[in-house]
Design a protein around this ligand. Structure first.
Ligand code: SME
Length: 155
């Protein structure tokens, strides 16, 4: 990851810390604020948002920015894979990921980072791009850091 993106993540974290920490009234409000800031500060994002874990094999869309997305994910896909493994997933080319769910057929690459609280995956942060190879392992730590802002909202 270039130093420009590293610096941008640092600025975004600071902005979000001020907006969310002690300010957001709810988990949904905090997720909406994170989606909005990340989406508008990162020009390569085509979709930025959350899916909540709604059952053993089912995710429901949460706050997001970008084109209208699938409201329910069941069975397959990058997001469910991340929930099942509890690990982030970087997909440089969505065509090579078996079961990828194409809510937006223009999506070429994506990253999914689980939000874990009290040892349980509660939701995932899903970010898509219209160009291939827009994300790498280096994006994981700064995104996980942003997700720590959500922990106070989970009881
Ligand atoms: N990429 C996801 C589907 C959600 S949309 O892209 C917003 C997946 O395969 O799980």
């Amino acid at each position: 990851m270039g130093s420009e993106r590293t610096a941008r993540y640092a600025r975004i974290y600071e902005q979000l810390r001020l907006l969310v920490d002690g300010q957001s009234p709810s988990l949904i409000a905090a997720m909406a604020t994170i989606s909005a800031v990340l989406h508008h500060k990162m020009p390569h994002h085509s979709w930025t948002g959350f899916y909540h874990v709604a059952g053993p094999d089912e995710l429901h869309v949460g706050p997001y920015q970008g084109p209208v997305a699938c409201q329910v994910l069941r069975g397959d896909g990058v997001c469910l894979h991340s929930v099942r493994t509890g690990h982030p997933v970087v997909v440089p080319d969505v065509d090579t990921f078996p079961g990828h769910v194409a809510c937006d057929p223009r999506t070429r690459s994506e990253i999914v980072v689980p939000f874990v609280a009290d040892g349980k995956v509660r939701a995932v942060l899903d970010i898509d791009a219209h160009e291939p190879s827009q994300f790498s392992e280096a994006d994981i730590a700064p995104l996980e850091r942003i997700l720590t802002l959500l922990i106070p909202f989970v009881s």
